[in-house]
Structures are given as structure tokens and as C-alpha cells.
Design a protein around this ligand. Structure first.
Ligand code: GDP
Length: 424
């Protein structure tokens, strides 16, 4: 039997809408947690006097405060469905979700969007923000869990109303809402997560895991030009200079001449290694080390990107991006120079122009050249890097187009590059 494919997913939605509870229930009901681990979790729960015992503790572990003291790390534990292994790779609320998502520390193939049916909850600020964010990140496969249905008397009318509201949120963002599955759930009681609920006979659709199984394995971009963002550079005695990084697109082979941008230096690939194993070539998703002849350790650094000289990585003189402001204490105006984290690069970039402000719900232009933008605003802007930076257009290399904007130790905005003016 061939091994089941592995998909990475993110859980998004407004705080307290039940993301952790859904994750805990997914692990629990798929058997991803072994009986002896459950016993250990139950004891820990008693120690912390957590109401609800072991199940609540699973959930609580996902909250960062508890994560520090935990003995069983379940935060990246895969669970198995009919078709796939899934790993929940990150969730908002975890430290710097946005930056992890964008810089490729986590690369999601799909998302579960959670919208609570509890009276007074429903579609909220972060529901909108995260929906927009996953779209910007190029995550097109989404299932929506309408959570806490027990607190809405398992009402079909409440469910239908929330489905409509969520569709109205997702449609303008470019999602084909007719293909998105909406599932009424109550994870606390296990309804429609793995086991079919007997409380909602009006619902004939799939459970959450059945809906996840409708996800497709994303195409790996093998036939695109080569791009490997450099994570680190080693100098190994007897081997030479060894940059390491993840192949984002294309194929690299032993014997290829490769170019490093921004420095613009070329060298020949003498060997390729993955997990201490030599290999003749590598492709998308492979985390490799390359021995490159003709390049010294001092000439290249983290943030450089490897390509072939026939189609070198793009060094930007300036670039146009669509950004969403997530968390800035005041306002962002022309001249603002935050640090941009794009693939493995971190370069301060100056905001030269706020071209237009866009309504994130309709995609319509709200205002030409606004003086400033603030939290929740979406805008098309022009950035000029203060140092050479490789960044690519989303239409060509999505993984090298998305970025996080960091300032004062926080992710203040997220964006995606839509056009580049080349520096050379
Ligand atoms: P997160 O912040 O999105 O991860 O939300 P949590 O999973 O921590 O849930 C927030 C609160 O809602 C907690 O008090 C949960 O116990 C509660 N909750 C979550 N799911 C359900 C549910 O299905 N039914 C009920 N009644 N409460 C729930």
C-alpha cells in the first residue's frame, strides 16, 4: 500500500470561536492521541484543575501559556483520515502566526475557517482578517466549520444565516463559494468533526474530516524556473561552500551552473545533499545543501536566492504590493520604513507611495492616494528596498512574493508583491 499523502492545514478564525477545541477533537476522535498519552494528559489536567479533564487539557495545551510546561507536544501532531495525513501547522494566536505563514516557516495547502454560532459571535473582525490573509497567501482550499452549534440549539436557521454571511465575506475575496463546504459542528461534544452528529438530522453534508478529504494535493511547481532562497551558508572543510535552503520551484542538478542574487555571482553545483544523502537532483519542497564551486562563504548570505543564469531571481529596484494592515498602533504613511520579511530575506523597505486604498470585501478602489492607512485597511503600495532584495511577482513565484511587514517586534502588516521594477 502506498503511503497516504501528507497535507498541511491552518486553522483560522476569530479568537475564542473554537479553533483549539476543533483541533483537540480532531486528534482525539481520529486516534492521533494514544491511550497512554490520554492518561498522562488526564493527570496533567487534574494537576492544573482543568474542568473537563483530559480533553480540555488537549485544548489548553494549544494555548501558549500552557505550551511551555507540557510533556507531550501535540501542536504538530498529524492525524489520519481516509485519504490523508494532516498536520495543523500553525494557528493564529500562536506567536507570530502571520510571519510564520508568510516567510514559509509554515506552508499551508488548505485552511479550516472557524465561525462560531454562539449568539453574539458569528462573522467578526478576525474572521475577515484571516479570510483575507489566507487568500493573500494563496491558500485556495478552504472548509468552513460553523462551531458551537450546541449553543445555537443546533438550529438549521442559524446555520444557514451564518453560511450566507460567510459566503458574502469570501465571495469578494475571489473564493468560489459554491465549492466550499460548510459544516455545522460542536467540537466540545464531537458533533460532525469525525463522528456524524445525531443532533442535526437536517444536515446531510460531510463531517469535517470528510470535507478535508475533498482537498486536492497541490501541484508542485517542478516546471517553473529554479528558485532556492538561502537559509544559511556553511563552509565545510574538505567540501567547500555549502548554502542550504528549500527548493521553492524548479529543478537543480549536479553539474548545473547557478547564480546567486542579489550578489550576481555564479558557480557550479558539485553535489547536492538532503538528510545527509547525496542526490543527483532536487525539486520543489526538498530541503537541500549544495556544494557550489567558485563561490566563497563570504560572498553569499541568508536571503540570497539561487536560480539559473538563464532566468535569474529578480532583484527589485522597487515593487508594487497589495498589503493589509493587521496590527499597527497608529497609522502608516509615505516614508514609513519597516523591515520586510520575504522568503528568507529581511530588508528594510521605504513606503514611497500609497497608490490606492481597496475595499477588501469588494476589491473596489475606495480612495486614490490616501494620506495614510490604518488597521484593517487594504492598499496597493509602492516600496523601495534600502538594500538589494530578491522579490518576485505573485503570478510567477507565489512563495517569493508574499511578505510580512515587521516593526517594533511585531507583524504590523502582510502583503504580496504584484509587480517588480528590476534593478538590473
Ligand atoms: P480558539 O480561541 O478559537 O482556539 O477557541 P477555543 O477552542 O479555545 O474555544 C473558546 C471557548 O469556546 C472555550 O471556552 C471553549 O470551551 C468554548 N467552545 C469551543 N467549542 C465549543 C463547542 O463546540 N461548544 C461549546 N458549548 N463551547 C465551545
Amino acid at each position: 500500500m502506498p503511503a497516504k499523502p501528507h497535507l498541511n492545514i491552518v486553522l483560522v478564525g476569530h479568537v475564542d470561536h473554537g479553533k483549539s477545541t476543533i483541533f483537540g477533537r480532531l486528534l482525539y476522535d481520529t486516534g492521533a492521541i494514544r491511550p497512554e498519552e490520554l492518561e498522562e494528559l488526564r493527570k496533567a489536567a487534574l494537576e492544573y484543575k482543568i474542568e473537563g479533564g483530559e480533553f480540555a487539557y488537549i485544548v489548553d495545551q494549544l494555548k501558549e501559556e500552557r505550551a511551555r510546561g507540557m510533556t507531550i507536544d501535540i501542536s504538530h501532531r498529524p492525524f489520519e483520515t481516509q485519504k490523508y495525513y494532516f498536520t495543523i501547522i500553525d494557528a493564529p494566536g500562536h506567536r507570530d502566526f502571520v510571519k510564520n505563514m508568510i516567510t514559509g516557516a509554515s506552508q499551508a495547502d488548505g485552511a479550516i475557517l472557524v465561525v462560531s454560532a454562539r449568539p453574539g459571535e458569528g462573522v467578526q473582525e478576525q474572521t475577515k482578517e484571516h479570510s483575507f490573509l489566507i487568500k493573500v497567501l494563496g491558500i485556495n482550499q478552504v472548509v468552513v466549520a460553523i462551531s458551537k452549534m450546541d449553543l445555537a440549539n443546533y438550529s438549521e436557521a442559524v446555520f444557514n444565516k451564518l453560511v450566507e454571511e460567510t459566503k458574502n465575506l469570501l465571495r469578494p475575496l475571489g473564493y468560489n463559494v459554491d465549492n466550499i463546504k460548510f459544516i455545522p459542528t460542536a467540537a466540545q461534544h464531537g458533533d460532525n468533526i469525525v463522528k456524524r452528529s445525531d443532533k442535526m438530522p437536517w444536515y446531510k453534508g460531510p463531517t469535517l474530516v470528510e470535507a478535508l478529504d475533498t482537498f486536492e494535493i497541490p501541484k508542485r511547481p517542478v516546471d517553473k524556473p529554479l528558485r532556492i532562497p538561502v537559509q544559511d551558508v556553511y563552509s565545510i572543510t574538505g567540501v567547500g561552500t555549502v548554502p542550504v535552503g528549500k527548493v521553492e520551484s524548479g529543478i537543480v542538478k549536479v553539474g548545473d551552473v547557478v547564480i546567486f542574487e542579489p550578489p550576481g555571482l555564479t558557480g557550479e553545483v558539485k553535489s547536492i545533499e538532503m538528510h545527509h544523502q547525496a542526490m543527483p537532483q532536487a525539486g520543489p519542497g526538498d530541503n537541500i545543501g549544495l556544494n557550489v564551486k567558485g563561490i566563497s562563504r563570504q560572498d553569499i548570505r541568508r536571503g540570497d536566492v539561487i536560480g539559473h543564469p538563464s532566468n535569474p531571481p529578480t532583484v527589485a529596484k522597487e515593487f508594487i504590493a497589495q498589503i493589509v494592515v493587521l496590527n499597527h498602533p497608529t497609522v502608516i504613511a509615505k516614508g514609513y520604513t519597516p523591515v520586510i520579511h520575504c522568503h528568507t530575506a529581511t530588508v528594510a523597505c521605504r513606503l514611497e507611495e500609497i497608490i490606492v486604498q481597496i475595499d477588501s470585501r469588494t476589491g473596489q478602489v475606495i480612495k486614490e492616494h490616501p494620506e495614510f492607512i490604518k488597521n484593517g485597511d487594504v492598499a496597493k503600495v509602492r516600496f523601495v528596498p534600502t538594500k538589494p532584495l530578491v522579490i518576485e511577482k505573485q503570478s510567477e513565484f507565489p512563495a517569493l512574493a508574499r511578505f510580512a511587514i515587521r516593526d517594533m517586534g511585531q507583524t504590523v502588516a502582510a502583503g504580496v508583491c504584484i509587480d517588480v521594477v528590476k534593478a538590473k
